[in-house]
Write a new protein. Structure first.
Length: 135
């Protein structure tokens, strides 16, 4: 599915994703309480724009982003290279490569519109057990 990402993988798209995350950070993140968590997984992280913003809001969290797209993850690795608390993993959202209960918070932002079967992603055991909020 990742090779068919509707918006493409250009540098302009990377910048658009970062700008979108910044512009929508207040409605997306206000009211979310990360204070009791230590490990957060974002499924469908693309270039890591939201992870970067979460890191600023919750400096105590270890953050993991997962995306199917190697192109997005390469751009994210380049952009987040100095962020030691953020790691990026390539995998399919419907079959996560982590043991259940590996994360305190699981979230997805702007992913479900890009997957073939959103119900399968939501029902993935790790996400179903730890889902914090879906947009």
């Amino acid at each position: 599915m990742s090779e068919h990402y509707i918006h493409g993988f250009s540098d302009a798209e990377r910048l658009r994703l970062i700008a979108q995350a910044q512009m929508l950070s207040t409605p997306v993140f206000d009211g979310l309480d990360f204070s009791d968590a230590q490990q957060l997984l974002e499924v469908g992280c693309a270039v890591g724009a939201e992870l970067h913003l979460i890191e600023q809001r919750a400096p105590h969290l270890a953050l993991t982003g997962l995306d199917l797209s190697a192109q997005h993850l390469r751009a994210g690795h380049d952009w987040l290279a100095q962020r030691e608390r953020i790691s990026l993993v390539q995998s399919d959202a419907s079959t996560l490569p982590f043991a259940d209960d590996s994360f305190d918070i699981g979230m997805t932002i702007w992913l479900l519109e890009h997957v073939r079967d959103a119900e399968v992603v939501i029902r993935e055991p790790l996400i179903l057990d730890s889902l914090y909020r879906i947009y």
